[in-house]
Design a protein around this ligand. Structure first.
Ligand SMILES: [Zn+2]
Length: 121
């Protein structure tokens, strides 16, 4: 349930980003934004503002690579944590917590409460 909600948010986030890029491209095309910017930067060449575009393109590519690598690392970490939770659940089911439970073979009240509590990560 929670994963479905997170996936839905992620899809909406990506769709929103794509929409912003498309709308920006359409508006920039209508306004001839780059041509105006090119003329303006030619007039003010002393500020070297045109070099910012090259740096911006490189920054976008670097950020893309960085986000893909971080996303993969996050996926690996999620797998590792899910495995740890599974192992904790198995260990909790196999080992009695107190001597009373061990002697009687049944769960006492405090151990039952512990077993029924969600495994914290
Ligand atoms: Zn017990």
């Amino acid at each position: 349930m929670r994963h479905d909600l997170e996936k839905r948010f992620a899809r909406w986030g990506l769709a929103s980003l794509v929409a912003v890029v498309v709308i920006t491209g359409l508006v920039a095309g209508q306004l001839e934004a780059f041509e105006r910017l090119a003329v303006w930067t030619r007039r003010h060449e002393q500020y070297e503002l045109d070099e910012l575009f090259v740096a911006g393109i490189v920054a976008a590519l670097v950020l893309l690579v960085y986000s893909v690598r971080r996303s993969r690392a996050l996926a690996r970490e999620i797998c590792r944590l899910e495995l740890a939770v599974t192992e904790a659940k198995i260990l909790r089911a196999l080992e009695p917590v107190c001597e009373d439970c061990e002697a009687t073979g049944e769960l006492c009240g405090s151990c039952r409460a512990l077993y029924q509590a969600p495994v914290a990560v």
